[in-house]
Design a protein around this ligand. Structure first.
Ligand SMILES: Cc1cc2nc3c(=O)[nH]c(=O)nc-3n(C[C@H](O)[C@H](O)[C@H](O)COP(=O)(O)OP(=O)(O)OC[C@H]3O[C@@H](n4cnc5c(N)ncnc54)[C@H](O)[C@@H]3O)c2cc1C
Length: 493
């Protein structure tokens, strides 16, 4: 049987694309390697706790609601805003507030910095130019008009306005690190954090996945779980189907890959079908790095929560900016502490809470432990436990009693995100955002590929910070579906 479209991967990107195509009457097969859909937006359970594989919230909730409307989901969630707090020896503030309020706060904290107003005016002016970027980012002419911002390093701008390092770092990274972003990404980042907000849906992020999946199935789509695609097949230079790890050959007119760009081009396509220059660009493409994540199920009555004023706290215990921090010197690193169970009932058993502690880590720190898919050297488990304990010890400095409150502990490393998340080297947040790491493909949206009839959908199908993770995945899935329908002369969206 020949399908109209085969989609590789049932993350937000693949599912969104699949449900829209199925609604348009296409014969769609969705193949997912894992035994569940949702990709990195899924949750897993341990002793009555539900922990997140990936997202803790996302921006642009209205876009998700619009999409749900489009695929006929009538039961829509409400959204609760998530707030963010930084606590370091040099600066403590809640920063998910309207930009004007933040300006006031910083004026008060840094009275000697005379150019706070000027800087905010500059950022505001850039923000006003990109606030509806999602509506016209396919328009090259308009994109060229903001290209200068993509080439301007944020740290150079900050250096020209301020002298206080902690202020520069805060405005440049929302944390304690020097900015590596372009002025454009800095503006998008503050626009999302301060103006649009980061939100959590009343059905949970995994609940959104379930709704989209149900809608796909209701439109007659076919979902096969536990079906890894091994190869994308080409006929006459065009994508024409896939071969699964079980050896099944499945034919289609179109293939959409929700696997990330590197996995798609470096692992699923015979390299003789792609120009060497494009492959080189994909190989050199910079991805965001991975992380160490510690999941805790706990008895909240044993913890002193005073310091935690929001659900998300970025905590740095020591601020030694002179030397480059050691990766395992957790006291001198930022730890993202999230009171995950406060997002929703049922994420923890009654009277319990759960915390998620996250610290950025490169894949290379763990790669020697990897001996095959889901296989590790024996010493890996001990090392992981040791690191998890060290992260908890640092977090306990701000949450006294944390250590003795723990009832469940689990940890994920870049190897987890590689093997369970199926992401290239466990990368978590899409392409790298650094100004020096500009797209090597010369294009910000990578939905269309050099291979005819092969499209991309998902967070890695946009090479620049754009809408934030989940909405980018949905948007690219939507756009890929639209592209296919236009080509086939289906009624316009
Ligand atoms: C730790 C972590 C934290 C994050 N935090 C946030 C956050 O707070 N906010 C936010 O918006 N985003 C966050 N993200 C990004 C998040 O992953 C995305 O927003 C969203 O889940 C991306 O969806 P996607 O469809 O692009 O990719 P994925 O969720 O990765 O889906 C891709 C799917 O393809 C499948 N697949 C891959 N290869 C194959 C193959 N060969 N055959 C079959 N199936 C295959 C995978 O198994 C997976 O199910 C986070 C990610 C991680 C890992």
């Amino acid at each position: 049987m020949k399908y109209d479209v085969i989609i590789i991967g049932a993350g937000f990107g693949g599912l969104s694309c699949a449900s829209l195509l199925a609604k348009k009457g296409k014969k769609v097969l969705l193949l997912e390697k894992s035994l569940h859909s949702g990709g990195t937006s899924s949750v897993f359970s341990r002793k009555g706790y539900l922990f997140p594989m990936g997202p803790l919230g996302f921006s642009q909730p209205q876009r998700i609601l619009n999409f749900m409307e489009e695929i006929g989901i009538s039961q829509k969630p409400t959204f609760k805003r998530t707030h963010y707090q930084l606590k370091s020896p040099a600066l403590e503030c809640i920063y998910s507030v309207p930009f004007e309020e933040l300006r006031e706060k910083l004026r008060h904290i840094y009275p000697k910095e005379s150019r706070i107003d000027d800087f905010f005016d500059k950022l505001r002016s850039t923000m006003s130019k990109i606030k509806d970027l999602d509506k016209w980012h396919m328009d090259n002419k308009k994109m060229n008009s903001i290209a200068q911002y993509a080439h301007t390093p944020g740290n150079e701008i900050l250096d020209s306005y301020f002298s206080d390092v902690t202020l520069k770092n805060f405005l440049g990274s929302m944390g304690t690190h020097p900015s590596r972003m372009s002025l454009l990404n800095l503006s998008v980042m503050w626009h999302l954090m301060a103006e649009i907000g980061i939100w959590f849906p009343s059905c949970g992020i995994h609940g959104l996945i379930q709704s989209i999946e149900s809608s796909f199935l209701a439109f007659g789509g076919e979902l096969r779980l536990g079906q890894a695609v091994q190869e994308i097949l080409l006929k006459g230079g065009k994508a024409a189907g896939v071969k699964t790890a079980d050896g099944d050959v499945l034919e289609s007119n179109w293939v959409v890959s929700n696997a990330d760009t590197k996995k798609t081009f470096l692992e699923l396509i015979d390299e003789k079908n792609v120009s060497s220059s494009y492959l080189k660009n994909i190989r050199n493409a910079p991805y965001s790095e991975s992380e160490l994540c510690v999941y805790l199920g706990l008895d909240p009555s044993k913890v002193d929560w005073k310091a935690m004023k929001t659900r998300h706290l970025f905590y740095r215990h020591k601020l030694d900016l002179r030397k480059r921090f050691g990766l395992t010197d957790f006291a001198n690193r930022e730890i993202a502490i999230t009171l995950w169970s406060d997002n929703l009932e049922n994420l923890a058993p009654p009277q319990k809470k759960s915390l998620v502690l996250r610290v950025g880590f490169p894949f290379g720190h763990f790669s020697d432990f990897w001996v095959g898919e889901k296989k590790r050297k024996p010493e890996y488990q001990e090392y992981k436990k040791h690191l998890a304990k060290a992260v908890v010890q640092t977090a306990e400095k701000i949450l006294p009693g944390l250590g003795s409150s723990i009832e469940v502990i689990e940890a994920a490393t870049p190897l987890t995100y590689k093997d369970w998340g199926n992401r290239y080297q466990g990368s978590i947040a899409g392409w790298a955002w650094g100004v020096k790491n500009k797209s090597t493909t010369g294009s910000r949206l990578l939905i269309q590929t050099p291979i005819p009839n092969l499209l991309m959908a998902g967070i890695y199908a946009a090479s620049e910070l754009f809408l934030g993770g989940v909405p980018t995945a949905v948007h690219t899935g939507y756009t890929a579906a639209k592209f296919i329908c236009r080509k086939k002369g289906t009624a316009p969206f």
